[in-house]
Ligand binder design. Structure first.
Ligand SMILES: C[S@@+](CC[C@H](N)C(=O)[O-])C[C@H]1O[C@@H](n2cnc3c(N)ncnc32)[C@H](O)[C@@H]1O
Length: 226
């Protein structure tokens, strides 16, 4: 699939749904005023900013504080208290963190619950340019000290070391092929601590949570079972 575009963009385009890639290629051609994938690849090779625009648009790189507020209400009122009842140390991973707004919001919730000093927060993303924005975010010093950022391709790299009590992976799976999505869900499930919770985006769900060793734990939420 668009092998020259894969080479020049450095993106694993085969992991993304074909229609999504085709649509993004079409939009990029219009944006950069070129016609066809080959011409686009030539532009991306010579123009760093055009390459950055293409990479961020294929990866759908946007986030916002408290995006989908009902999910953060569920976290604050149900899921985090449930996790804290089982132990006050939290490890939280925002998988596909984009510019860091999701992890920032989680950090604020954890602060409100009074356990920030017992929490580690990891944000990972496919794109270094998104992580640069996340690292440059304006965070309270105490929160910044608890945050780590790393590059990770969720469909290819496997989970980060450690066992995570809460994993958020929202609005990532929807853009992936069924195969890449399966690999992603295996990665997320393998990262969870026993009784740890995975929260997906509000248009994402696991069809067979048991096949990943998980059970439903709320809307778009799953818990690792012993
Ligand atoms: C729409 S944003 C979601 C941001 C945040 N999770 C939210 O819901 O607000 C999708 C993010 O997933 C990242 N992403 C896409 N494919 C990925 C992959 N294979 N591995 C890791 N991150 C990926 C993109 O770079 C982008 O930052």
């Amino acid at each position: 699939m668009h092998s020259e575009l894969v080479r020049v963009s450095g993106l694993p385009l085969a992991s993304f749904r074909r229609e999504h890639v085709d649509q993004q290629v079409e939009r990029a051609c219009a944006r950069e005023r070129v016609s066809g994938a080959d011409a686009l690849a030539r532009t991306l090779r010579s123009d760093r900013e055009a390459r950055r625009r293409f990479r961020r648009s294929v990866a759908i790189s946007h986030g916002a504080m408290f995006r989908d507020p009902e999910q953060f209400k569920l976290l604050e009122e149900v899921l985090l208290p449930r996790l804290l009842a089982g132990g006050t140390r939290l490890s939280i991973w925002s998988a596909g963190c984009s510019d860091g707004a999701e992890l920032h919001t989680l950090g604020l919730l954890v602060s409100r619950l009074g356990v920030l000093d017992r929490t580690v927060l990891l944000g990972s993303d496919l794109l270094e340019e998104n992580l640069a924005l996340a690292r440059a975010g304006d965070y309270p010093a105490e929160l910044r000290a608890r945050m780590r950022w790393e590059r990770r391709d969720l469909a290819a790299d496997g989970p980060p070391p450690g066992r995570w009590r809460l994993v958020l992976c929202r609005n990532v799976a929807i853009y992936l092929t069924p195969e890449a999505r399966q690999a992603l869900y295996s990665t997320l499930a393998a990262a969870l601590a026993m009784r740890g919770i995975l929260l997906l985006g509000r248009s994402e769900r696991l069809l067979d949570p048991a096949s990943f060793g998980l059970r439903p734990a709320g809307p778009h939420a799953y818990q690792r079972v012993p």
